[in-house]
Ligand binder design. Structure first.
Ligand code: KIV
Length: 287
């Protein structure tokens, strides 16, 4: 497969469903790419999924660029998008462009994602003017957790849905190449998908979006347990498998079954005999 480009993703509107998943490091990026991802999102969900924070507000540009660079070292064919963290695009268009540029120059990704609707048009416009492709993100935007009063489905009421549709139109007019719709009723996502000329990528937004994204650790069943939103479908139970595997290692350590002869480095007999002679000579010299 050749490298997936932004124009290809934009042109994929209404075609085969677009496949996106998060990755935060080189091994997860390799998994995503080998499985055929069209896009890999280095999501700020790294904060809660990998780094143990309660929400995504804890990570800054340094952390995100560090993870983006690790993903890029997998040399994926998928288009990689860096998630601009909270406070990296809230101060000024100038600062936003400089932060977005770090994702490109230091992280090596092909695009950035910015949460928010019309309110964010000035910063989105500035980043686009700097020739950096932008993916939008509407609906349940986790960086707004404190304003939303928790992780709640957005656009359930008519006026809120109407505003969300207007946000999506405005983002598309501004030039974003794709829009993530998170935590939105399926009927609203269907309208947005029909209204905007760029692909919508759903997460908890029903089946009518042009593509779907999930968090890698949710797909693999590699999370820490606890609350699981209903849109998550785990395709494996790797956390349980991992506990079982590490437990077997520990029991082999206790029983002495690990390491075996084959798992051990060996010294040739003649070298060992010579070593023993050296040690003996030392010992007789000590007398
Ligand atoms: O950070 C993230 O993982 C995301 C996806 C949930 C879209 O923004």
């Amino acid at each position: 497969m050749s490298k997936v480009t932004v124009p290809e993703i934009r042109a994929g509107k209404g075609g085969d469903k677009i496949r996106m998943i998060t990755a935060y490091d080189t091994p997860t990026a390799r998994i995503a790419d080998r499985a055929g991802a069209d896009m890999i999102l280095v999501g700020d969900s790294v904060a809660n999924v990998v780094l143990g924070y309660a929400d995504t507000l804890a990570v800054d540009v340094d952390v995100m660029v560090h993870h983006a660079a690790a993903v890029m070292r997998a040399e994926p064919d998928a288009l990689v998008i860096g998630d601009m963290p909270w406070m990296s695009f809230h101060v000024s268009p100038e600062q936003t462009v400089l932060n977005a540029a770090r994702f490109i120059r230091e992280g090596g990704v092909g695009a950035v994602k910015i949460e928010g609707g019309r309110k964010r048009l000035p910063v989105i416009g500035a980043v686009l003017d700097a020739e950096i492709p932008v993916m939008g993100h509407l609906g349940l935007t986790p960086q707004s957790v404190n304003v939303m009063g928790g992780y709640r489905v957005q656009g359930k009421e008519a006026q809120a849905a109407y505003e969300l549709i207007a946000d999506a139109r405005a983002l598309a007019d501004a030039g974003v190449f794709s829009i993530v719709l998170e935590g939105v009723p399926d009927r609203v996502a269907r309208i947005v998908t029909a209204e905007v000329p760029v692909p919508t990528i759903g997460i908890g937004a029903g089946a009518s979006c042009d593509g779907q994204v999930l968090v890698m650790h949710d797909v693999l069943g590699l999370g820490a347990g606890g609350y699981r939103p209903k849109f998550v479908r785990p395709y494996a139970s790797l956390a349980d498998d991992a506990v079982e595997a590490v437990g077997r290692f520990f029991s082999d350590v206790r029983s002495g079954d690990f390491p075996s002869r084959d798992e051990t480095y060996h010294m040739p007999d003649d070298a060992f005999d010579a070593l023993e002679r050296l040690i003996e000579a030392d010992a007789s010299g000590d007398d």
